[in-house]
Design a protein. Structure first.
Length: 473
């Protein structure tokens, strides 16, 4: 059919016990450029649809030995089920309504005309084409809006490897550990976006932010009148909302012991009960949990269930702190600068060498979250051009991540010049050498700020710090 841009040739299956109907439909549809297969029985039709996917199925309601209405659902399988067009020789409104309720896209009465068949098939294929395009757009939007796991360090490479491994196991429970602000939720989102569940919802809840009663109602939902103040209509919980996708339980170490037992049942039996309910509700969701605590130690002291820990810890992902991957700071800084700069409408081109040195040498106790806040502060303060050290918050200076211990051997003056200037020049050079040109540490040891130290380096022509590997951005 013209003006249809399917990812492949549209496939049609005709299931009818009348040979004349099969042959006539096949000839008509093949003339339109469609791939057509036929089956004379329901069993043959089901075998074909199990072997390969079809876009459209013509299904006779009156197949021998088969209930036509009950067969409709069996032909609608797969991630994008076929559109079933029911063929019937009986013009009964009730049958048409029942067919539509069972999932049929349309009901065509025999004998049918050529124009009726072609118009129906074109309408169905155009709708499927839109669904294909929508799915592609959703993937593209997800690709553009998802936050990448930025970094080239070995620690981040290992996290990426773990994400790739577990993403292809869409039902496996994942436990993400790491310090606050290190990006645990980002890792959870990356796992979800790379999995077969990516078209389903990603729902996050902070277990430390709610009381036990509120968290239980939030997770499992509740029946009408289950407790004082409960809605008369009841409420679906996050397990129901996340059906088909992933539920992210942040800071699961803060979950109360009674709720831990109920979560364990969900993981074991894949069912839950709403608050005030008496019936089990099946659940189809991947559980991703995170914590900044040592759950093994919590198990040993009785603060966390051992059986739940092993259920959660099927696949563990450890997110490294930012201080252990300083080589990622330049790349992260430029990514945040690009995002925040565009949001603020500012033309900020980058960082001065002094500013980037300060960012790289800081220990980042608040991890990636703190780095983003610092870049946002700098974007607000910097009017235009490049972010300099003066635009950074004061807490990024001073003694950072290491000892102030340096070589305490005596300083021997070289040359004939015994002036204060010569002594200071050699002292600055010695401290820079002993600190491996860590500007922040050297400035702290010398009792001056970084700007003053840079001025002295230029004044005494001490050169530049030794070349180090740099991240190109």
């Amino acid at each position: 059919m013209k003006n249809l841009s399917f990812p492949g040739l549209p496939r049609v299956l005709i299931v009818d016990d009348e040979e004349g109907v099969r042959d006539g439909l096949r000839a008509l549809l093949q003339q339109e450029g469609l791939h057509v297969e036929t089956a004379g029985t329901a069993e043959d039709g089901l075998r074909r649809i199990e072997a390969r996917s079809f876009d459209v199925v013509f299904l006779d309601l009156n197949l021998p030995g088969a209930d036509g209405h009950s067969m409709i659902g069996k032909f609608r399988v797969g991630t994008l089920p076929a559109d079933v067009l029911v063929l019937t020789g009986y013009g009964i409104v009730a049958k048409a309504v029942e067919s539509m309720r069972e999932g049929a896209s349309d009901v065509i009465e025999k004998p049918f005309s050529r124009d009726r068949i072609l118009a129906t098939v074109r309408r169905v294929l155009e709708a499927r084409q839109l669904k294909h395009e929508l799915a592609g757009l959703q993937d593209r939007v997800r690709e553009l809006t998802s936050t990448e796991l930025v970094g080239l360090s070995s620690g981040i490479q290992e996290v990426r490897t773990r994400i790739g491994q577990v993403a292809h196991a869409p039902d496996t429970t994942v436990l993400i550990t790491g310090q606050s602000g290190s990006g645990k939720e980002l890792v959870a989102r990356c796992i979800h976006e790379q999995s077969d569940r990516r078209h389903g919802p990603f729902v996050a809840v902070n277990c430390a932010a709610l009381t036990e009663a509120l968290l239980e109602a939030e997770l499992f939902g509740y029946e009408p009148g289950a407790f004082t103040g409960a809605s008369r209509q009841g409420k679906d919980g996050l397990f129901a909302v996340a059906s088909g996708g992933a539920l992210f339980l942040d800071e699961i170490g803060q979950m109360d012991s009674s709720l831990q037992a109920k979560l364990l049942r969900v993981l074991q039996d894949r069912v839950f009960r709403r608050v005030g309910g008496v019936h089990d509700v099946p659940v189809d969701v991947r559980i991703i949990a995170s914590t900044n605590q040592d759950l093994r130690q919590m198990v040993q002291v009785g603060r966390f269930r051992e059986d739940l820990f092993y259920r959660l810890n099927v696949m563990a992902v450890q997110v490294p702190p930012l201080r252990s991957r300083a080589e990622d700071v330049p790349l992260l800084s430029h990514c945040f600068l690009d995002q925040i700069g565009r949001q603020m409408g500012k033309a900020i081109s980058g960082f001065t060498e002094e500013a980037m040195e300060t960012l790289t040498e800081y220990s980042w106790p608040g991890n990636v979250r703190e780095l983003r806040n610092v870049i946002e502060h700098a974007c607000i303060v910097c009017p235009i051009g490049m972010i300099d050290e003066a635009h950074l918050p004061k807490f990024t200076g001073g003694t950072l991540d290491g000892s102030d211990e340096i070589d305490r051997t005596s300083l021997v003056l070289e040359g004939q010049d015994r002036s204060i200037r010569a002594l200071e020049s050699q002292l600055v050079a010695k401290v820079l050498e002993d600190t491996d040109w860590n500007i922040s540490r050297a400035a702290s040891i010398l009792g001056i700020n970084r700007t003053t130290l840079y001025n002295k380096i230029r004044a005494y022509e001490l050169g530049q710090r030794p070349l180090r590997s740099k991240v190109m951005v």
